[in-house]
Write a protein that binds this ligand. Structure first.
Ligand code: SF4
Length: 332
């Protein structure tokens, strides 16, 4: 096993591969997927599970030990438990996580756990049923909350709950989410609203910066900073000073970028490597696999691709251009 073979030209080591297994979703979050006229990828355009396993195996051989399954919504792709079982068997893979909207989690948590999944992250932007529906365009808050409960019962370590904070929509709920974390033990991750929306309507005035989110929490709870698990972890972390369960994390890619320690590479559902969430370039690995390139050629392609990794996003630069690919076709 050759630890740390995947280095970019800024001497960052790639250890995390985020794998989008589908572009499809059962929600229609307005900042991610349009509500109608969606042109989904056809089945043959998507990587098969065997192709995903191949890329993950080659990546593990290059020191990529953390895998995260994303979408769209990964639980809508059939037999994902099979993929999890196979990925969990890959030597060198020590962390296998999944990000879900939890709508189907209540009945799937135990099977996901026994398939070998080690961690769960749940996306939930509101604890208010009406606001939830406004954001997701689906009635599903109760199912999402039931899914969180089922995840804890299934033995997953305290799930992370991702909440994208948008001014004038759910920013009034930040302290309520902190209460929710105390009551359930989940680890909140408040995420700044990023320009990756399908309508390219992102507006900085809707952004609630990390410091402002923190202030909203401090108005209700005393919190204490704790250190990151790893230098590349994206969240600034806090615990409640009174020792209550739960945790607060602030992910502020716009106002407090963390690109300098980025260790992430992404694989899209349609078989492209992406060196950055905001990259303007896709690196097609699917066609190389399907034309019969052997593992050594694929390995070389991954190494060369990572050498093209951008230094960071340019959201705060005057020349910033939003990538054509939107979140549901990247996978977060
Ligand atoms: S914006 Fe790009 S470089 Fe920065 S942390 Fe995200 S993926 Fe890494």
């Amino acid at each position: 096993m050759s630890e740390g073979m995947l280095k970019d030209k800024f001497a960052r080591t790639i250890r995390d591969l985020r794998i989008s297994v589908t572009d499809r979703c059962n929600f229609r979050c307005f900042y991610c997927i349009p509500d109608e006229d969606i042109v989904w990828k056809r089945k043959q355009e998507l990587l098969t599970y065997e192709e995903i396993i191949l890329v993950a195996k080659i990546g593990a051989g290059l020191g990529v030990h953390k895998l995260r399954l994303t979408g769209g919504e990964p639980l809508v792709r059939r037999d994902i438990e099979y993929l999890i079982e196979e990925l969990a068997k890959i030597p060198g893979v020590s962390d296998l996580a999944l990000t879900t909207n939890s709508f189907e989690l209540k009945d799937r948590a135990i099977a996901l756990r026994s398939a070998g999944l080690t961690r769960l992250t749940i996306s939930c932007d509101s604890l208010n049923a009406d606001t939830f529906k406004t954001i997701t365009r689906r009635d599903g808050l109760q199912e999402v909350l039931d899914g969180i409960e089922a995840a804890v019962k299934a033995g997953f370590p305290a799930p992370k709950v991702n909440c994208v904070v948008i001014r004038g929509l759910n920013d009034g709920e930040v302290a309520d989410f902190a209460d929710f974390s105390r009551a359930t033990g989940v680890r909140m991750r408040f995420i700044e609203y990023m320009p990756l929306d399908n309508g390219h309507q992102w507006d900085r005035s809707l952004l609630v910066g990390g410091r402002e989110i923190l202030q909203k929490i401090k108005e209700r709870h005393e919190i204490t900073p704790i250190s990151r698990d790893t230098p590349s972890e994206t969240a600034l972390r806090y615990v409640f000073a009174d020792g209550a369960p739960g945790e607060i994390g602030i992910i502020a890619p716009v106002t407090m970028p963390f690109c300098g320690a980025c260790s992430r590479l992404r694989l899209t559902a349609d078989g492209n490597l992406r060196t950055c969430l905001f990259s303007m370039v896709d690196h097609n690995i699917k066609d190389r696999i399907r034309r019969g390139d052997d593992e050594e050629l694929i390995r070389q392609f991954m190494i060369e691709t990572v050498l093209k990794k951008e230094e960071g996003h340019r959201i705060n630069e005057s020349d910033f251009v939003q990538p054509p690919r939107t979140m549901s076709f990247i996978g977060g």
